[in-house]
Design a protein around this ligand. Structure first.
Ligand code: SF4
Ligand code: SF4
Length: 92
């Protein structure tokens, strides 16, 4: 395997590992402030959430009540606070 393929595989496995740490609590998408993102959905049989547009999530969106906001990579907001962030796996 070429070095660039190895590097790409490593990056992909690190990304999967990083994403697997998420508790899917949805707090970073507004579950705790009463007006979550319009694309946030709850799994029917679990206390977990998912994004309906995950692959294209970054950019300007609206909350369920119509308030505009920008979805950004989590690493860009880790230094900030949001309702429910105390249980975020990445802030521990
Ligand atoms: S678009 Fe962003 S804020 Fe909205 S549910 Fe998806 S990840 Fe969360
Ligand atoms: S607040 Fe943290 S643990 Fe919860 S869904 Fe967002 S990234 Fe995952």
């Amino acid at each position: 395997m070429k070095d660039d393929e190895k590097y790409q595989n490593l990056q992909e496995s690190q990304l999967k590992e990083w994403e697997a740490s998420c508790l899917r609590c949805g707090a970073c998408c507004g579950t705790e402030d009463g007006d979550p993102c319009e694309y946030l959905m709850k799994l029917a049989d679990k206390d977990e959430y998912y994004c309906q547009i995950y692959e294209n999530r970054f950019g300007l969106h609206k909350t369920k009540n119509g308030k505009p906001f920008k979805c950004v990579p989590l690493r860009n907001i880790l230094h900030k606070t949001w309702p429910g962030d105390s249980r975020c796996r990445y802030k521990a």
